[in-house]
Design a protein around this ligand. Structure first.
Ligand code: SAM
Length: 754
């Protein structure tokens, strides 16, 4: 793996402090620069306060550490005088100084402090720790002094000597990976600086005629001609022009050429971005509109490099420190993904395929992008809850929820794609999620399928504008139609998700909506739509430790102010996939007419509000509704009609109530039906039953029937059967269930016997 954005830490950037690192080194007898660390005053106060007021044990520990660090300090000073420095401790805010580290000692000596055993035992929820306490090398009390609680990791820079570096990389262990990571970050920063300098040089060339960059040029200049004629343009020149245009747009009054308008520059920038990065103009413009020109540039740049490989520890099977140790032993270089997660490990380098290690096969981890942790952390499912994952395949988030719920309660993991559901089932098995039921519906059918969930996750299908680094084809294959059809589906799904939540849940009543897109149409606009259609929900804090606030206004459109509670994630800001997370709380039942509003009836906001006021009971049917359709031979199994009879009856009664019908009519209908059954052929009875159930089902029943008939005639064999039936009818014979079973193909008979 090369140096790049992949190597940067994910999540919010961390502040650096020398104090903590120097102390560790002193304690280990390693050389440290004796220039006193620049500490923030409040940190020193906290230290002394804690030392004074600490318990006896703590005091003892602190004084031991002090003594050790004094001794180490002396040793370090001695060592520093020796020539051939191979390690450097860089001061925060001061010039770095080289200090000698005894060759080959560093790993062992630092080992105690930086051992994976310092990784905390994680069996519980991310969310318990959501306010983000200790993690890995950060603030484990067993590792750090009280003042280190706030002290952040210091820079640890290795020697510039190429060979030393290589040796050290080969000997990488948990002990020095943080140092390596920092070193790589530094290299990256240096590279970025060099790039900037290069660009400045380019700018000087382009700007040779005067102060104002001549970026708009003439149509006959070489670069424009090449861009227009689709000849490969000079990328370096293009890049230079992009940065120059950005500079002009940032200081328009001073840098714009006379007589040129802002739209001319933005138009030029758009064209150059398309030519340089390979986007279609529609998408590039959509993305550029989200940011200032400079930030847009950073976003497009970030999409050119892959995000770090991240694995999520499956706490149903192992602890993070054990997993880290096992993988390190296999030659994997990794470190915790950041303080915000207790289960993520960022992989820097691996000599083994991560999708085929024994640990992987045993379900100890799953390869999962860091930003995919966020919706689950926001939803925060609790033990023993009933949770719905509406769009679950391939199950990264489902299995994360199962782990947070410690395999208690129940998760319904739904996905309408059978092919993808297979992957979902595979992951559920591999990771040992035993509280999960897989189902296979278009989630817009919820809550008719079932409702009353404590929490619902809707990780919606989207255009994927947040994951362009993963799939660059998105740059060219997303068009206007996608940004109309997908948001439409997302809105329908979100209403269905809201209606599936039990507002009266004792522990929950929450819903999280997420996408891996950064487009407003798929995020804020969808959320705003849901708020207008469902006055019985509100947005709440996601509880996530980082993320940019959602837009409350965009290009002249205003959204509800609470939209700022939603969170946006960008690759250029946090080195994670682009993502959006919104958390809702359901406060009251969904208004009666609003359920119908899901694509059918009056769905104006006013009507919903009126209905919400009038509504007293939840109209959502909380029990599963049996399908009347012919049992499909698939991987999901069918209903056991006998065992589910009660449920089915109850569901029918609820369905009738929902439609304002008297459920008693069902009983009467059933009695009538039974009487009729004695004198009517089965096919007719079935049709009438469907009619009682639901007019819609009756219709589909009819369709299915007519379809079947066509099929039957086509089959030829059943033509005979139809004749037989007619014969039976004329002879007044009624086929019993036994006869019917005999008519069925063998495998179907087996199934119904089951
Ligand atoms: C972003 S992916 C979900 C990823 C999944 N949550 C995870 O973490 O592994 C979106 C999923 O939505 C599913 N999907 C598409 N249309 C849907 C619909 N109408 N109802 C439910 N799911 C749908 C797709 O099959 C796809 O698996």
């Amino acid at each position: 793996m090369g140096v790049g954005r992949r190597m940067q830490k994910q999540g919010p950037p961390e502040a650096l402090s020398e104090a903590h690192f120097a102390k560790l080194k002193r304690k280990q007898g390693l050389p440290v620069d004796d220039t006193p660390a620049v500490e923030e005053p409040y940190k020193r106060r906290r230290t002394s306060k804690k030392t004074d007021k600490g318990t006896k044990g703590q005091r003892g520990e602190t004084s031991k550490k002090d003594a050790a660090s004094k001794a180490a300090g002396k040793q370090a000073n001695g060592a520093k005088k020796a020539p051939g420095a191979s390690a450097t401790v860089q001061k925060a805010g001061t010039k770095s100084k080289k200090a000698r580290v005894p060759e080959g000692d560093s790993d062992e000596e630092m080992g105690d402090e930086f051992d994976v055993s310092n990784l905390d035992d994680v069996t519980g929820s991310d969310l318990d720790d959501q306010k983000l306490g200790s993690d890995f090398l950060g603030s484990d009390d067993s590792v750090y002094d009280s003042d280190q609680e706030t002290a952040k990791k210091a820079e640890f820079v290795f020697s510039d000597d190429e060979d030393d570096e290589d040796d050290r990389e080969e000997r990488l262990t948990a002990a020095n990976i943080e140092g390596l990571s920092k070193r790589l970050d530094e290299k990256l920063a240096k590279e970025a600086e060099e790039n900037e300098a290069e660009l400045r040089d380019g700018a000087i060339q382009i700007n040779i005629d005067g102060d104002k960059p001549n970026v708009l040029g003439d149509d006959d200049d070489e670069l424009s001609a090449k861009t227009q004629s689709l000849l490969a343009p000079d990328l370096q020149m293009l890049r230079t022009r992009i940065t120059e245009t950005i500079r002009v747009l940032e200081d328009f009054s001073n840098l714009a050429e006379e007589g040129r308008s802002r739209p001319e520059y933005t138009g030029q920038l758009l064209k150059d971005v398309c030519a340089y990065y390979g986007y279609n103009e529609f998408l590039a413009e959509k993305l550029m509109n989200l940011f200032t020109p400079r930030e847009a540039f950073a976003f497009f740049e970030a999409n050119e490099s892959a995000r770090p490989v991240v694995i999520r520890t499956n706490t149903l099977r192992t602890h993070r420190r054990d997993l880290a140790q096992a993988l390190i032993n296999r030659g994997v270089t990794l470190e915790p993904v950041g303080k915000w997660s207790k289960v993520g490990l960022q992989v820097f380098e691996s000599s083994v395929p991560l999708g085929a290690t024994p640990e992987y096969l045993a379900g100890h981890y799953i390869l999962q992008a860091a930003s995919s942790f966020l919706p689950v952390m926001a939803l925060c499912p609790q033990e023993n809850e009933r949770v719905l994952d509406m769009a679950a395949a391939p199950g990264g988030k489902t299995t994360h929820m199962a782990a947070l719920m410690k395999n208690t309660g129940v998760i319904f993991a739904n996905d309408p794609s059978k092919a993808r559901a297979k992957g979902l089932i595979g992951n559920i098995h591999r990771l040992g999620a035993r509280n999960t039921i897989v189902c296979n519906h278009d989630a817009r059918e919820f809550p008719r399928v079932m409702g009353g969930f404590d929490r619902v996750l809707l990780d919606a299908p989207c255009t994927g504008t947040g994951v362009i680094a993963k799939d660059p084809s998105i740059k060219t294959n997303r068009d206007e139609k996608d940004f109309q059809t997908l948001p439409h589906t997302q809105k329908q799904l979100l209403l269905a998700a809201i209606d599936s939540v039990n507002h009266a849940s004792k522990t929950g009543g929450y819903l999280v909506y997420s996408t891996c897109s950064v487009a407003i149409e798929e995020n804020e606009q969808v959320v705003a739509y849901a708020l207008s259609r469902r006055p019985n929900v509100k947005l709440v804090e996601t509880g996530l430790p980082f993320g940019k606030e959602g837009f409350t206004s965009f290009m002249g459109k205003s959204f509800h102010p609470s939209l700022k509670l939603t969170r946006r994630y960008y690759p250029h800001l946090y080195n994670v996939d682009g993502f959006f997370v919104a958390k809702f709380q359901k406060l009251a039942p969904t208004p009666g007419n609003a359920v119908l509003a899901n694509g059918v009836k009056d769905n104006s906001a006013a009507a919903s509000i009126a209905a919400a006021k009038a509504a007293t009971t939840e109209v959502v049917d909380k029990t599963p509704i049996a399908e009347d359709e012919e049992e499909e031979d698939d991987d999901f199994g069918g209903f056991d009609d006998g065992a589910d009879a009660d449920y089915m009856d109850r569901a029918k009664r609820n369905a009738m109530r929902r439609r304002g019908l008297d459920p008693k009519a069902l009983k009467k209908g059933q009695e009538k039906t039974a009487a009729k059954e004695a004198e009517t052929p089965n096919e007719v009875v079935a049709e009438e039953k469907v009619k009682v159930d639901s007019p819609k089902k009756a219709e589909s029943g009819k369709k299915a029937e007519s379809g079947k008939k066509v099929k039957k005639v086509e089959g030829g064999v059943t033509e005979k059967k139809t004749e037989e039936t007619a014969k039976d009818k004329t002879q007044g014979k009624v086929k019993g269930p036994k006869d019917k079973a005999q008519d069925k193909p063998k495998d179907k008979v087996k199934k119904s016997k089951k």
